[in-house]
Design a protein around this ligand. Structure first.
Ligand code: ADP
Ligand code: MG
Length: 386
């Protein structure tokens, strides 16, 4: 009886999830901050009053050759649009079902895309973990909330015979090089040190015996309590600081990927499940023109542009049901290959937007990228072809 109740619950939950599609895009517009408030008069973004709360309009003003100002309006529609007054609670309410899917054994990816300063880290993580102790819970982002939800649910599932083990990894991809953010402090810098040539600390993506994508030499941490995640975020923050002279600058130019492996076994029924939850804070999407930058800066710019474009290409190729999916064109897609490509995988992309007039052009680019992603449905093409 237990078995059938549990599998019914899972089936129902996942039927609902399928109906919603396996690629979803949410738009989140952050509020104006501090000085921006005084500086901004007419905001480029507006939110049509619709029941589904899924529309946003961007108005772009420009001057024509005769000095006359003209404006153009671009309407966008996503699965959900969060206006600036949306709380972390409201956002997580819409995410928690996907977290449940990971617990049910599905591969899940949640991305935050957008220009630097648009609210990606705020959405994924919340404020710095170090200052998070004793702070208002409302301010916490998706990572700590997801872990908390998983703990609450796994303890409920214990009564039904499920035992779960949770393991986490946290890495950063900078200039197409992997960095371990959970390495004991200080060690992570070695991985990128070309001169060190230390095989022990070199992080390489490989396929294990069962065909799973893994990273060699990466620290895996047992996430054995909801509180553990604060420790983990703090260590990651510390490692970032060690690796960079300017931490913010650095984090805006790298992707950070937090991965949680959820392995469940039911001691009563013998069932088992393996879910993976990837929470990805992408590098800033701002168009960095190649002209003018040189050396390290140019290399960074090219690496970011290339890997973000590659992410779009992979999603589009999956949606088209292409036979060749260009995972290997970037470290990010190579790393996420399994989670992105599995027929039952679920992907959510947050497109984060800064509402300031000065960011209109970047906002337009972000919203257009997100629209492309939104038009994709991975697996549908394959299922229809089958
Ligand atoms: P990104 O990671 O995209 O560069 P951040 O998440 O660091 O951007 O956000 C930039 C600034 O805006 C930070 O000071 C952050 O606290 C603030 N911020 C972002 N989103 C919100 C929000 N929804 N509400 C209040 N402040 C926000
Ligand atoms: Mg950030």
């Amino acid at each position: 009886k237990l078995r059938s109740e549990e599998s019914m619950r899972r089936k129902l939950h996942n039927t609902i999830q399928e109906l919603k599609g396996n690629i979803r895009v949410f738009c989140r517009v952050r509020p104006l901050l501090g000085e921006e408030k005084a500086a901004a008069s007419l905001l480029p973004l507006s939110f049509p009053d619709c029941e589904d709360q899924n529309e946003v309009e961007l108005m772009q003003s420009s001057e024509n050759a005769l000095g006359k100002s003209t404006s153009k309006t671009f309407p966008f529609k996503f699965d959900r649009v969060f206006a600036p007054d949306s709380s972390q609670n409201m956002v997580f309410d819409e995410v928690s079902q996907l977290i449940q899917s990971a617990l049910d054994g599905y591969p899940v990816c949640i991305f935050a895309y957008g220009q630097t300063g648009s609210g990606k880290t705020h959405t994924m993580q919340g404020p710095d973990a170090i200052s998070a102790s004793g702070m208002d819970e409302e301010i916490l982002g998706i990572i700590p909330r997801a872990v908390k939800q998983i703990y609450e649910n796994t303890s409920k599932l214990t009564e039904r015979g499920w035992e779960y083990s949770l393991e986490g990894q946290f890495l950063e991809i900078y200039n197409e090089t992997l960095q371990d953010l959970l390495a004991p402090s200080g060690r992570s810098t070695q991985a990128s040190d070309k001169q060190a040539g230390d095989k022990q600390s070199k992080l390489d993506i490989y396929q294990d015996n069962e065909g799973h994508t893994r990273v060699k030499n990466l620290t895996m941490v047992k996430v054995d309590s909801a509180e553990r995640v604060h420790w983990l975020l703090a260590r990651a923050a510390e490692n970032r600081t060690v690796a960079a002279t300017n931490c913010n600058e650095r984090s805006s130019r790298s992707h950070s990927v937090f991965t949680l492996y959820l392995r469940g076994k039911n001691t009563l029924t013998g069932e088992s499940s393996t879910g993976v939850l990837n929470l990805i804070d992408l590098a800033g999407s701002e168009r960095l023109s190649n002209s003018g930058s040189s050396g390290d800066r140019l290399k960074e710019t090219q690496a970011i542009n290339k890997s973000l474009a590659c992410l779009g290409d992979v999603i589009a190729a999956l949606a088209k049901g292409s036979r060749h999916i260009p995972y290997r064109n970037s470290k990010l897609t190579h790393l996420l290959q399994e989670s992105l490509g599995a027929g039952n995988s679920k992907t959510l992309m947050f497109v984060c937007v800064n509402p300031s007039p000065g960011s209109t052009q970047e906002s337009l680019c972000s919203l257009q990228f997100a629209t492309k992603v939104n038009s994709c449905q991975i697996g549908t093409a394959r299922r229809q072809a089958a």
